[in-house]
Ligand binder design. Structure first.
Ligand SMILES: Cc1cc2nc3c(=O)[nH]c(=O)nc-3n(C[C@H](O)[C@H](O)[C@H](O)COP(=O)(O)O)c2cc1C
Length: 390
């Protein structure tokens, strides 16, 4: 399974891109549509997201979505020109500039537009750069003229995509092939009464990025999801674990995974005696006794095998957090602790970016502030490095 960006631009053939998205999803691939404003006049973007079984990214960097391949179908004369000249004036062209893998395009336009010297020169620039063209096919065009300009059939485009993926860097999609990876993400909620809970600010975006990246590298991924505020990634098995007790039970049941990455913010304490009904407001104070929850990372560390790679996250907000992360690594028998300073407002909880220190066996690596996808890639690079030493 590969991650594919499908760009859809503004021509009549946009409706055929629906079939392309379906074929790629069925392959199966993890598809993320990027629909230009002009294309949205022909087919509503929601259609593509529904067919791709995903939702639009709401963070600040939708154009930095990492993918194994970018396919643009249909490709208008306008976007062809923008790609050739490196313009970046919408999410699709920004994503194209940020993408460093194979690019497949299926032009579709009026025959005179296609044959115009400007369009031909632009197409040549893209070909020189290694962009793969499918079509345009000859035939009757939507406006009644005949000639080259029709978009290639979705089946043919899907075949070219498959061929390009097969020839692409194997590392991107298979370095964790055959490995079972367990990831926890989000923040637990501990019941106070029938409607209230004690929670935390974790959105789950960091753990979800790790799960997505592991899947992108070919792993069989199970995600323990604690009240995620971000969409669940496609292609991973999701187990809902809203409370610390749920995470404990489901993580220990899967403790034989090859890689375990505990990124969720799990409550350290839960109300000792949660009320079953909603506590009525009566003006008096309410004292709640909190009791410690099980330390899931320590429990996993106590039961781990030598072959397993065990990773914990340490979110510290004050003082010698890094020192505490080092101690945590030893105390929990973990191979790697990802330390992040949640005292800062620009990184960590509820933000699109993070900056971490990877505290590993004998080595510490500072990963500068970057989108969480990049941080996830750095974490998994380190996991793979540790695996290679086993
Ligand atoms: C009804 C209609 C059909 C169109 N079909 C095409 C087409 O097939 N190919 C093309 O290059 N432009 C076509 N256009 C023009 C594009 O929509 C226009 O150039 C737009 O700016 C492209 O924006 P985009 O690059 O975001 O797709 C069409 C316009 C209209 C109104």
């Amino acid at each position: 399974m590969a991650r594919i960006l499908v760009g859809v631009t503004g021509g009549i053939a946009a409706y055929k891109a629906c079939t392309l998205v379906r074929l790629l999803v069925r392959a199966p691939h993890d598809v993320y549509p990027i629909v230009t404003e002009a294309a949205a006049r022909f087919v509503a973007p929601e259609t593509f997201f529904a067919l791709a079984r995903t939702t639009p990214r709401r963070d600040a960097y939708p154009h930095l979505e990492r993918a194994d391949l970018l396919v643009v179908a249909p490709l208008t004369a306008n976007t062809l020109a923008r790609l050739a000249h490196g313009l970046a004036d919408d999410v699709l062209t920004e994503a194209a500039l940020a993408h460093d893998g194979p690019v497949v395009v299926a032009p579709a336009m009026n025959v005179r537009m296609w044959q115009h010297a400007a369009t031909q020169a632009n197409a040549e620039i893209l070909r020189q750069r290694g962009v793969v063209f499918v079509g345009p096919a000859e035939g009757e065009l939507a406006e009644g003229e005949v000639g080259p300009g029709r978009m290639a059939e979705p089946e043919e485009i899907a075949e070219v995509v498959a061929r390009e993926l097969a020839g692409a860097s194997p590392r991107a999609s298979s370095s964790l092939a055959g490995r079972r990876v367990l990831v926890s993400a989000g923040g637990t909620r501990e019941q106070l009464d029938a409607v209230r809970f004690l929670g935390n600010r974790s959105s789950g975006s960091m753990g979800v990025a790790v799960a997505e990246e592991a899947r992108r590298r070919g792993a069989e991924v199970t995600l323990l999801a604690a009240n995620l505020a971000v969409p669940v990634p496609t292609g991973v098995t999701v187990v809902e674990t809203p409370t610390a007790a749920d995470i404990e039970r489901e993580a220990l049941a899967r403790a034989d995974a090859d890689v375990v990455i505990m990124a969720a913010a799990v409550a350290d304490y839960r109300p000792a005696a949660p009320e079953t009904a909603k506590r009525a407001k009566d003006g008096s104070s309410w004292t709640v006794e909190l009791t410690p929850t099980t330390d899931v990372l320590a429990a996993l560390g106590a039961n781990r095998t030598d072959r397993q790679v065990l990773v914990g996250f340490a979110a510290e907000s004050a003082g010698n957090g890094l020192e505490r992360a080092r101690e945590k690594k030893v105390a929990k028998s973990a191979d790697l602790i990802v330390f992040n300073d949640i005292g800062r407002s620009d990184i960590g909880f509820d933000t699109a970016e993070n900056e971490v220190v990877l505290v590993s066996n004998g080595a510490e690596q500072h990963i500068a502030k970057a989108p969480k996808r990049r941080i996830a890639a750095a974490v998994l690079d380190e996991v793979e490095r540790i695996m290679a030493t086993r």
